[in-house]
Design a protein. Structure first.
Length: 94
């Protein structure tokens, strides 16, 4: 499977490889999505450190639970929705 950055549908291909334990593929997902997720978290949290922590925690949780998550048709929306839910849960528990 070609998981190079120029491949169309690359996030989904990287996710498929990540499901098999490919850390390099997950690195590419992180690299592709981190800044957008961070900006979104910053909008919601209004704090640089909390936003960065929230995104890193999200990536860790998703990596650990990737086999439970399974196949994703749209990786980017999944990550953004998961981040939003995580942040809302954190804010409720304050």
């Amino acid at each position: 499977m070609d998981i190079s950055p120029l491949n169309s549908g690359r996030l989904e291909a990287w996710w498929q490889a990540s499901l098999q334990g490919d850390t390099h593929a997950f690195y590419w997902i992180h690299r592709e999505l981190f800044q957008g997720l961070y900006n979104y978290a910053l909008k919601l949290l209004q704090d640089n450190e909390l936003a960065g922590d929230a995104v890193q925690e999200l990536f860790l949780k998703i990596w650990v639970k990737r086999s439970d998550i399974g196949v994703l048709k749209k990786v980017k929306p999944y990550f953004f929705t998961a981040l939003r839910r995580q942040i809302l849960n954190q804010l409720r528990n304050l």
